[in-house]
Design a protein around this ligand. Structure first.
Ligand code: MN
Length: 246
């Protein structure tokens, strides 16, 4: 169906997963974790017209990949989609937080200069800081917060900022994830797998299974699964159309 945040290049046997994804999904955004990975993945998986490759620098690895910072900014000009990027304020990555912030700020500034991009954004334990920066750069394009896990008031700020949200089956596994699924604006949500990192029942979520998050959304909002799937499709068409006009 649709997967708006997949690490397609990181599955075991990525080439055959990509082939199957292209057959089964209408649209897939394959985010990458570094500019060099974006180049390599575009070369290997870029031939499928319904798979787009996002240019990223994952906040969890900015220290290791700091040397690719200039490449990231240079390549934005040629990237239709950007991600994975963002901030991670959890304890494990606290030491790189200022570097993360500096790189994410440069990225937002360049996306603005290039007329805006669709940007898939990580905001674990840093939703406030991500939204503050997005407010500083109002013309950055369309921010899509992936696997949002902030507080209710942070969620409200993100909604007020105009953010979109990509949500996946792994969010149905926790009470806090289910609460977010209940509160999100239905006209700004997109399905995501975040596979192979995200797992359900110890198995990585496949890109064509992202849509199964519809079941939990339907349950908690008193809708039919088909209605949620239709909404996802409508939303995807809308955001991709907007992307063309950026
Ligand atoms: Mn991810």
């Amino acid at each position: 169906m649709i997967d708006f945040h997949s690490h397609l290049d990181l599955y075991t046997d990525a080439i055959s997963v990509a082939r199957e994804t292209s057959q089964r999904n209408r649209f897939t955004l394959a985010v990458t974790t570094s500019p060099k990975a974006w180049v390599a993945t575009s070369r290997i998986l870029g031939a499928y017209p319904n798979i787009k490759i996002g240019l990223g620098l994952h906040p969890e690895i900015v220290e290791e990949k700091a040397a690719e910072r200039d490449l990231l900014i240079d390549y934005i000009r040629n990237a239709e989609f950007v991600g994975e990027t963002g901030l991670d304020g959890s304890k494990r990555f606290r030491s790189s937080f200022e570097l993360q912030r500096s790189i994410f700020t440069s990225l937002l500034r360049e996306c603005t200069a290039q007329g805006g991009r669709i940007i898939s954004i990580h905001s674990r334990s840093a939703a406030t800081q991500v939204i503050d920066l997005l407010n500083t750069y109002p013309d950055v394009g369309i921010p899509v917060l992936h696997w949002f896990s902030g507080s209710e008031s942070e969620l409200k700020r993100a909604i007020d900022r105009g953010c979109w949200f990509s949500v996946g089956p792994a969010m149905s596994c926790s009470a806090s994830g289910r609460k977010i699924l209940r509160l999100l604006p239905l006209d700004r949500i997109l399905p995501e797998s975040d596979g192979p990192f995200a797992v359900v029942g110890k198995r990585p979520i496949m890109p064509w299974a992202a849509i199964s998050v519809s079941a939990e959304i339907a349950r908690c909002r008193n809708l039919e699964v088909g209605e949620v799937e239709d909404q996802f499709l409508e939303n995807a068409n809308k955001i991709l159309k907007q992307s063309k006009s950026l």
